[in-house]
Design a binder for this molecule. Structure first.
Ligand SMILES: NC(=O)CC[C@H](N)C(=O)O
Length: 227
């Protein structure tokens, strides 16, 4: 399976994402500079964390206007997997690929620590190897992780089971403790916690491996089914 890790000016978790896929999962991965990309040959697109364009205006707001987003939207419209982590999630929100928006953390401080999360939906291509309700430990590292959406959107997210991860001890004020959501079609996931930084016990948690393995499992099953 071939993953594209998109690199924007200011991305800083691209190498963690690359390491998780290439060195831990032993799958194909490329670091793809945002200006020089043809994404057609990739099965999955990963938008890493960081401070794209220095978080000017709002985190992810400028990167969301990049030309490459047209290719990412086309990739998503074909039902292919797109994972946005932290700044990547903010870019997906700003680009309209996921509903809602990010506000400053309620304590107005940058937070960087391990956080317990609850797997709210294990029926997605990103979470099929987790148990429903499983508690996992992923690190968070953000200043604008306070997810917001209006009441109508929240009801839709709940009804469609689009809430994939919640915080067990909400650190930033996110509505309904939301830590990660998927799109209605189920192939785009955005989350603030960093699964790519939880792929080796030495780093404090290996709970993130199953997320990437779930993506590969889904691809293998659908690829084999379609050949
Ligand atoms: N680790 C990250 O991706 C940080 C995202 C963004 N720069 C924020 O501080 O909220």
């Amino acid at each position: 399976m071939k993953f594209a890790v998109i690199v924007f000016p200011g991305s800083n978790c691209d190498r963690d994402m690359y390491h998780a896929v290439k060195e831990v999962l032993k799958e194909e991965a490329d670091l793809v500079w945002y200006q020089s990309a043809n994404l057609e040959d990739y099965e999955a697109i990963l938008l890493p964390g960081g401070f794209s364009y220095g978080d000017y205006l709002r985190s992810g707001a400028v990167a969301a206007t990049s030309e490459i987003m047209q290719q990412i939207k086309a990739h998503a419209s074909k039902g292919k997997p797109v994972l946005g982590v932290c700044n990547g999630f903010q870019i997906l929100l700003e680009a309209g690929l996921l509903p809602g928006a990010m506000q400053r953390n309620k304590n107005l401080a940058f937070m960087c620590h391990q956080e317990p999360l609850v797997v709210e939906n294990n029926e997605t291509l990103f979470t099929s190897l987790y148990e429903q309700g499983e508690v996992v430990q992923f690190p968070i590292a953000h200043g604008e992780g306070n997810y917001f959406c209006d009441e109508e959107t929240l009801e839709k997210l709940k009804a469609n089971k689009q809430i994939v991860f919640t915080y067990r001890n909400n650190p930033n004020g996110s509505v309904a403790d939301i830590a990660g959501i998927r799109n209605e079609e189920g192939n785009v996931l955005g989350m603030m916690p960093h699964p790519e930084r939880a792929v080796e016990a030495l780093l404090g948690s290996a709970d993130g491996v199953k997320l990437f393995q779930s993506v590969v499992k889904n691809w293998r099953e659908s690829y084999v089914a379609n050949t």
